[in-house]
Design a protein around this ligand. Sequence first.
Ligand code: HEM
Length: 451
Amino acid sequence: MAAAISAAPNVPISPGKLPLIGHAFAMWRNPLKFFNSVSEQGPLARIQLGPLHAYLVSDHDMLYDILVRKSKDYEKGMQYDRVRSMLGNGILLSEDELHRSQRLLMQPAFHHTQIATYLGIMRDSATAVFDSWEDGQRVNMYPMFYELAVRIVIKALFSTDMAEHDIKEVYRCMPVVISGVERRAAVPPALLDRVPTRGSKLFHSAIGRLTKVGRRIVSDLDSERDRAANDLMARLFAARDSGNPNVTDQQIHEEFMTMLTAGSETTPSAMSWTAYLLGEHPDVQRKLQAEVDAVLEGRPVTAEDLPKLEYTRRVVTESLRMYPPVWALGRRTRVDTQLGGHRIPRGTEVLYSIYAVHHDRTVYPKPGTFDPDRWLPERRREVPRSAFMPFGAGVRNCIGESFAWNEIQAVIATLASQWHVRPTSDKPVEPIAMGALVPGPLPMTVVRRKI
Ligand code: HEM
């Protein structure tokens, strides 16, 4: 239940609120710009979204309280409510005992030894795309990485090839849903259902179309009786068949939709921003290529190579800092609690900006400057654990973190071993908050390396 305005404790309300709707329009129009402007006012700010008042946290230590030290005081918040009709009680949204049992059941599919076995899928899927390019071609990086990421996550976790038309359907519909979630968080739920806007119709239709794709794929997998795969889906089917009360057909569908969403909306953003930064910094790109050449010696990348690709990892880390794909999220208090010395009543929405935490000047001098060497071991030690959290933290941290690291490093190393990427324009690209933080289509020229 949302706290009433009158219950607001003593944190100043952000300027710029309009009568009745408060800050809802500013947040709906451009969530990143709005969050950045509120963050500048201090580590904890109060905003008003229609009748609801909420807090915005931009301080890493307070965020650590929410995610780790006092995580029991919070549940998933209003952004997650808006996507429940698609993801149900999948592991991203479930709470407490159900969440714990899902995590136990699924964790082995994300263990680092298991992820090493996915590396061939990641590398070979990337090679197939890069081998189809012509020297000097213009490539829209974001859609290319998006389709690649969908192909990889489905093949690795569900041992199946997703049909081309299904991948296109996911690319068409998923961003409508995810950006809709962010924007709809600004509008009170009662109003959302009462006013059938075009955006609202598109949002629901996209959810319906994705659900249809998911149901068909899961049902096909279920009917393949001779399947001997040791993948995530096999674990879920086995748990259902052995009578685990938490694993029903509906639950399996929701887990599939959850993995499809989490695996497709995040890594493409990270890979696109990394390509963008390499294009903007040819010296860094050359250094990364030299490392890849020295480690791989012309072979395809393997899981054993990844720890040796230290500079590549620093480049990706800096890209995740500057452009965290999951740039903002939220929780709701389940009890009265304390945050930054303020009393926050039960039922209050607390939003937080990982983007603001990653651009904190007191932690990162010149936060807008791309500097992969911030992550050299001796400098990295200076950065508090809580000031770099692209994958969240605590019991609800990203289950796919190692998967994502392997995927991004393998794909970027494969790219760099054969291709040089160049910007097609000298205008800097501004991040767009489409749910994930994306660079738009990001056209770049790909030039075959002469090695
Ligand atoms: C660069 C890539 C990625 C980023 C930045 C990222 C970020 C995050 C963040 C911040 C959370 C925490 C959400 C919260 O606290 O409410 C999360 C959770 C999650 N992520 Fe990721 N993620 C990435 C890739 C992936 C991939 C590839 C998968 C699956 C294949 C995945 C699956 C999940 C799932 C299932 C959860 C929910 C975990 C739980 O609540 O137990 N993520 N992710």
